[in-house]
Design a protein around this ligand. Sequence first.
Ligand SMILES: CC(C)=CCC/C(C)=C/CC/C(C)=C/CC/C(C)=C/CC/C(C)=C/CC/C(C)=C/CC/C(C)=C/COP(=O)(O)OP(=O)(O)O
Ligand code: 1GP
Ligand code: MG
Length: 237
Amino acid sequence: MEFQAIYETWRHVFKLDPERAISDEQLDAICMSGTDAVIVGGSTGVTFDNTVDLMSRIRRYEVPCALEVSSEEAAVPGFDHYFIPLVLNTDRAEWMAGRQIGALRAFGAFIPWEITSAEGYLILNGEAEAAKLTGANAALDAESVTAHIYMADRLMRLPIIYMEYSGKFGDMELVKRAGRITAAARLFYGGGIDNADKARLAAEAAHTVIVGNAIYDDLAAALSTVAAVAEVPYSGK
Ligand SMILES: CC(C)=CCC/C(C)=C/CC/C(C)=C/CC/C(C)=C/CC/C(C)=C/CC/C(C)=C/CC/C(C)=C/COP(=O)(O)OP(=O)(O)O
Ligand SMILES: O=P(O)(O)OC[C@@H](O)CO
Ligand SMILES: [Mg+2]
């Protein structure tokens, strides 16, 4: 039987930022919402302590919980899965295979490989913290996005391509186009989903839809995205 990674069935995911405060009541609503998983991650201010703290609170619930590791210091044991971002659309090599290699030197022998996956990040909102931090070239035209997808999916054979618009709702035609040409990777989409209508559009365009900031800005709207994603089939393969 072929091995199936935990995230391959995820359609809806909430992303919680260890740097931001969340009350027990809010966390209860997120973890009991029916979402497929919770990812812990953020681009700045993520520490070992705030990551352990958030993980142990989420662990009171049955929802699968993954860590998107954005710094070596915040690699915390005990998650169900680990995602390692590699930024594809930057000229600064440290964000594609520099810092990650430093972390692999430190953790190589202890990494649970069967539950660790690389994510090829395409950061497409130049205003996002992650874009500023990594010097991402967010202004890619459709042909350049296609070339990046070919590189990630066909040449590098990354298991996940993450189209990241963090803070802004993206171009769903571009996301759909990426989905059409992706052969094996799973397509994650995140950015600016703050109501059920946007969640439906994103669910049509990507395998997995990730909701982050709305949790902190308007929890009820964030919760409404769970059922909305479940209503819509993915339009690609
Ligand atoms: C036993 C044990 C210790 C287990 C763990 C072992 C393990 C799996 C170790 C990991 C080893 C490893 C290879 C780690 C890599 C660490 C590293 C330095 C990765 C670099 C990641 C990277 C490219 C970061 C840049 C920023 C980025 C793309 C972050 C991704 C998340 C993201 C975009 C969040 C959104 O951020 P947010 O702050 O919410 O943004 P907004 O403000 O715009 O909303
Ligand atoms: O915070 P938002 O804009 O929902 O984006 C979600 C996620 O893609 C961030 O990494
Ligand atoms: Mg955020």
